[in-house]
Design a protein around this ligand. Structure first.
Ligand SMILES: Nc1ncnc2c1ncn2[C@@H]1O[C@H](COP(=O)(O)OP(=O)(O)OP(=O)(O)O)[C@@H](O)[C@H]1O
Ligand SMILES: [Mg+2]
Length: 241
């Protein structure tokens, strides 16, 4: 399988302190890859380096074979990255369908628009609420709507930073199912997450960050069996590292 995204020795320093330090991350086409690690490990910083919010202090990033290290976020979006940010940014006063309409209008033909809206409403389990103002949806539903809006771009790589933040356990589980459905449609997904139950539900491969460095990587099975990973989550090894 081809590498879709690769970071090589990527680093980001804030005021002399390394938030991300020499990270090699590779995301293979077609997989669900989870980026995990304790608080402050550098997950969100790495995520922002990948989408282009920050220029790296050192290292480079390749996406679909091309070097994108110096590119602005919108240029990376054009190449096929799509981002689901941590806080939903739906248009709260507008109906759910209208939100999808706005996201879709520049990406599909007029003739396809209604059909594509229906497809997304069904996929997101929002068909019954299509006419409701988005602000009246539950927190979880708003997150799904935002995922739907990101999907309008038909991305090759969907990037999500803590997609289940603030969700109930049921909503979290349903989000996992949605991510698996998207993956079943051929989408590659990189998820930053620290809810291990959720990671267990969706992850195929996992990269563990700790103090800005790759601490472990492997299949979800290997990571769950790795005692060192369990220890950093409990904080036992902090004084030894
Ligand atoms: N913009 C910034 N300016 C200065 N320091 C920063 C900035 N962003 C992150 N940091 C620092 O970099 C380190 C990594 O932070 P980051 O947010 O990437 O961690 P994280 O793994 O996403 O943590 P969490 O699980 O809490 O979301 C932390 O020590 C943090 O304080
Ligand atoms: Mg974070």
């Amino acid at each position: 399988m081809a590498e879709l995204l690769q970071t090589t020795a990527i680093s980001k320093t804030f005021g002399g302190l390394a938030a991300v330090s020499g990270v090699d991350l590779s995301v293979t086409e077609g997989e669900i890859h989870c980026l995990i690690g304790p608080n402050g490990a550098g997950k969100s910083t790495l995520f922002k380096l990948i989408i282009g919010t920050y220029p790296p202090t050192a290292g480079h990033i390749k996406f679909r074979g091309d070097t994108v290290t110096e590119e602005r976020p919108y240029q990376r979006v054009k190449r096929g990255m799509s981002i689901k940010m941590q806080t939903p940014s739906v248009f709260k006063e507008l109906p759910v369908r209208q939100n999808l309409h706005i996201a879709l209008q520049h990406h599909v033909t007029k003739a396809e628009l209604a059909r594509e809206e229906e497809r997304l409403l069904t996929l997101l389990d929002l068909a019954a609420d299509a006419g409701k103002p988005a602000g009246e949806l539950s927190h979880g539903q708003q997150q799904w709507l935002e995922i739907g809006m990101a999907l309008a771009l038909k991305p090759k790589l969907m990037l999500m930073d803590e997609p289940t933040a603030g969700m109930s356990p049921e909503e979290t589980f349903r989000t996992g199912e949605l991510i698996q459905q998207l993956n079943g449609l051929g989408m590659t997904i990189l998820v930053v997450e620290h809810d291990m139950a959720f990671v267990r539900q969706i992850a195929q491969r996992v990269t563990v960050l700790h103090f800005g460095k790759v601490f472990a990587r492997g299949s979800i099975k290997e990571i769950l069996a790795d005692e060192r990973v369990a220890e950093i989550y409990l904080g036992k090894t902090h004084e030894h590292l």
